[in-house]
Ligand binder design. Structure first.
Ligand SMILES: [Zn+2]
Ligand SMILES: [Zn+2]
Length: 229
């Protein structure tokens, strides 16, 4: 089952004797798990004569893996996501308010309702008062002079605190993505370690149960759908 081989590779990677690229190359050069006689024998010893889900005794049966297997790419995404969650608060804390304020700028001057600050106001030439607030409807509060407010275009709001909040989230996210690029090697190293551990768990056939073909198909279906996307 190559368990000894993979254990060796994992140990060499953990101690830094080999790189993650070398580890991946060594693993892929091992024979496929189902080609080994040891695996076939172990599978035969574990498989039952009834389905663990629907209890049917009509075969054929398969040994179903109960823990989902992630591809190397998916494993990299998981590690990257975890690292992002760690880095984001640090990046956010190091981001000065002045930089966020510079990003939103002074805003554009827009005409607004002096009562509620709404930008949706209607101008009427012949009837006084000459402006009507769009929020209040046709019979609502009128006014002769609109007030000037700052409108933050990118954040689409006149609320400065809200514009600052959105801009901070945006800038922190961009800066975190830039920081993540520096960790590319570490991410792939960690993903390789986890893939090797996953591979050992998979090959040892410990988290398995006997399923009939129908129940195995139903269990695999959501996974296959996800893979097809
Ligand atoms: Zn079944
Ligand atoms: Zn208004």
């Amino acid at each position: 089952m190559n368990i000894a081989g993979i254990t060796d590779i994992l140990e060499n990677l953990e101690t830094g004797a080999i790189t993650w690229e070398q580890a991946l190359r060594q693993v892929t050069s091992l024979p496929k798990v189902w080609q080994t006689a040891e695996w076939k024998a172990r599978r035969q010893a574990l498989i039952q004569d009834n389905c663990a889900v629907c209890a049917t005794t009509k075969g054929p049966f398969v040994l179903q893996h109960l823990t989902p297997t992630l591809s190397f790419k998916e494993m990299c995404q998981v590690v990257k996501y975890e690292l992002r969650q760690q880095l984001l608060p640090q990046v956010n804390a190091a981001l000065p308010d002045a930089e966020v304020a510079a990003h939103i700028g002074a805003g554009e001057s827009r005409k607004a309702c002096p009562h509620c600050g709404a930008l949706s106001i209607r101008h009427r030439l012949t009837i006084a008062p000459h402006y009507v607030c769009g929020k209040y409807g046709p019979g609502g509060a009128g006014f002769d002079e609109p007030t000037a407010v700052a409108y933050y275009i990118k954040q689409r709001t006149t609320d400065r605190a809200y514009a600052m909040k959105l801009a901070r989230e945006f800038l922190a996210s961009v800066a975190t993505i830039a920081r993540l690029r520096e960790y590319d090697q570490q991410i792939q190293h960690e993903a390789t370690l986890r893939s090797l551990r996953q591979s050992l768990a998979y090959r040892s056939l410990t988290h398995t149960a006997t399923y009939c073909k129908g129940c195995a198909f139903k269990a695999d279906w959501p996974y296959m759908l996800r893979q097809a996307q």
